[in-house]
Design a protein around this ligand. Structure first.
Ligand code: F0G
Length: 462
């Protein structure tokens, strides 16, 4: 008995009872599809995609228990029992008092921004998210990035790259005054930084500071359970705490939240706004009727709310998160074996390939990340997405933002793909990496006004 295994393998805490068949494509078919899609992976038809790593949003596989709950959905217009089930799950597991359902995360962002932001206000946050910042701007506010500098450096291995730099926040408070800051916007497991967590210690310091200045913390809790997993694994004193306990503690340090349940909460559609303040709730309950639907369904079917209630509980299972993040880590390590430059440390919801390092001969105006996403699709039918200059969009003066991070996101849906799929993805990326020097950039030939990355069209530079 001499066998020693340093770290025992993770595996999924579930098995499959139904599978979805995929269409396989040829290189010629993919090149044609890509051209028709204006070299934007958002404009591909999913039928033409083999492994779809565009997003982890709404692409999760529901469990047998969620499907069973789905069938019990109460489709009453008002006062649906399913609403109360969802409300109870949010109050129990997250600890927020009042809940407004919305069709997805941005529905909650719209309502919250309209209620809390006045023209001329400033909203500091730990890196922007596309829809979140746009709703802040549409409501008359201005976003200010207060994430630590490490977050903008793809290679920096700091374990909590989602942390806030309190000095940056203090400068903003001194410059504009606390009364111009309706809230600090805090995302857990920061998407645009590569799925990087904020530490409990940092959040506690932020709580202390904001209480001293009478400023709220609004929590974008879209991937809170994944953040909790990293706190459990990396932060002193948390190894013996459960994800459930850690999530509850994170939420207790904030005043309200917006949530896209399409990620962590393991459903295909849905979201909510939560607050501990009666006044905010009262106004939100009124506004939701204008944009989403009555305050007991907010654009969702009763069955969706039942699935969310069950999904929230499942997302807090320690074995689930271990396998979920274990799979992401597996793909990241495979890529590193091929020498592919990725954002480090490996994040929670996907692998972010550093397109600037991958295609150093391209300038950011040649859209390196957009180009790379197109090349990977052409190679194997794996669909990824751009998270760089196209996603960053333009400022209010119409000038391009030039984000430091120019990334391609390989986002992994929860409970959907196998380890063998991850091997195919890593090999395809390696093949493209091998011929990287021959790759030329692209030019944008159509640009929509809002959130241009969704619908922009491109042409290859000859
Ligand atoms: N906040 C974060 C951190 C998100 O990642 C998203 C969506 C939203 C808010 C908006 O939620 O889509 O339900 O309206 N992110 C998706 C993605 C689109 O692919 O990262 P939504």
């Amino acid at each position: 008995m001499t066998l020693k295994i340093e770290k025992r393998a993770w595996a999924e805490p579930y098995k499959m009872k139904m599978v979805e068949l995929l269409k396989m494509t040829t290189k010629a078919q993919r090149n044609k599809a890509l051209k028709e899609a204006g070299y934007n992976t958002f404009l591909l038809r999913s039928e033409d995609v083999y492994i779809d790593l565009l997003t982890d949003s709404g692409t999760n596989a529901m469990s047998d228990r969620q499907w069973a709950a789905f069938m019990t959905g109460d489709e009453s217009y008002a006062g649906s029992k399913s609403y109360y089930n969802m409300e109870r799950a949010i109050q129990t597991y997250y600890g927020y008092k009042y809940v407004i359902p919305t069709h997805q995360g941005r529905g909650a962002e719209n309502i919250l921004s309209q209620i809390l932001i006045k023209k001329g206000d400033v909203i500091p946050g730990n890196m922007y998210f596309t829809t979140t910042r746009l709703h802040q701007e549409l409501a008359g506010g201005k976003f200010e990035d207060i994430i630590i500098d490490e977050a903008h450096d793809a290679l920096n291995e700091f374990p909590f790259k989602g942390n806030v730099d309190l000095n940056k926040l203090e400068k903003i408070v001194n410059k504009y005054g606390a009364d111009k800051i309706p809230y600090v916007s805090i995302a857990t497991n920061v998407n645009m930084a590569g799925g990087q967590p904020i530490s409990m210690e940092n959040l506690k310091e932020l709580r202390k500071y904001t209480l001293q200045h009478g400023i709220r913390i609004i929590h974008d809790m879209t991937r809170v359970a994944e953040n909790a997993y990293f706190i459990q694994q990396r932060e002193k004193g948390y190894l013996l705490k459960t994800i459930k306990e850690i999530v509850h503690e994170i939420c207790s340090l904030t005043d309200g939240a917006t949530m896209s349940a399409k990620k962590d909460a393991l459903v295909n559609i849905g979201g909510f706004l939560a607050t501990n303040e009666w006044d905010v709730y009262e106004e939100a309950r009124n506004l939701v009727v204008v944009y989403e639907g009555l305050h007991t369904y907010g654009g969702l079917a009763g069955r969706d709310m039942e699935a969310i209630a069950v999904g929230i509980k499942e997302s807090l299972d320690d074995y689930h998160q271990k396998a979920r993040i274990g799979q992401v880590e597996y793909l990241g390590k495979r890529m590193q074996e091929y020498g592919i430059p990725i954002v480090k440390p490996i994040g929670g919801h996907g692998i972010f390939v550093d397109a600037k390092a991958f295609l150093p001969h391209l300038s950011q105006d040649d859209f390196p990340a957009q180009t790379l996403a197109a090349e990977i699709y052409a190679d194997s039918g794996v669909r990824t997405m751009e998270r760089g200059i196209v996603s960053a969009g333009r400022n209010s003066k119409g000038e391009n933002y030039y984000p430091k991070l120019e990334l391609v996101r390989f986002t992994i849906p929860r409970r959907v793909y196998t380890q063998a799929h991850m091997d195919v993805v890593a090999e395809s990326t390696a093949m493209v990496y091998d011929r990287r020097k021959k790759i030329k950039g692209m030019k944008m030939i159509y640009e929509p006004k809002y959130l241009r990355f969704f619908q922009a069209r491109f042409e290859k530079i000859k």
